[in-house]
Design a protein around this ligand. Sequence first.
Ligand code: ZN
Ligand code: ZN
Length: 175
Amino acid sequence: MLVELTKVMLQDGNTCQQAVNLNLKNIEVFGEHFPVTVSAPAELMITNSGKGILVIEVRADVQVMIPCARCLEEVKYDFALDTTRKVDMKLSAEEMDEAEEEYNFIEKNQLNVDKLVQNELLVNWPIRVLCKEDCKGICSRCGANLNHGDCGCDREALDPRMAAIQDIFSKFKEV
Ligand SMILES: [Zn+2]
Ligand SMILES: [Zn+2]
């Protein structure tokens, strides 16, 4: 959702506080899309701190479905975002583009709250998500989820390290 910034920019000290409904159906991370299952309205507070500087504070709870790194089953992952960004509205669009910090959530005199929240999700994206600490993963042979019980496959034989050792032994035999 876009929030108009013109009013708050009119005078130093102006503030604007509101709850904003997010419009996030999914989020793209490294080319992959993850469904957003719950997003409570974001709490937004914008303060004109003078000299064209806006202080933007956002609090938002967002739930995203992320596959378990071992068994690939989807896990509900909760983000509790709480961030403060300072934006110098005197910067031109080009200057914002070239800045080291990301200002893609500023569109002329509007704040794109969805983009701001999306950025924060990326910054807080977990390195690895597990459905549970001791997730057993999937069988390398048949793909069965081993948390649901053992599939009975002989996985030892497929271990590449074992295969390498077996090769060495078979070479010895040839000599
Ligand atoms: Zn798992
Ligand atoms: Zn198996």
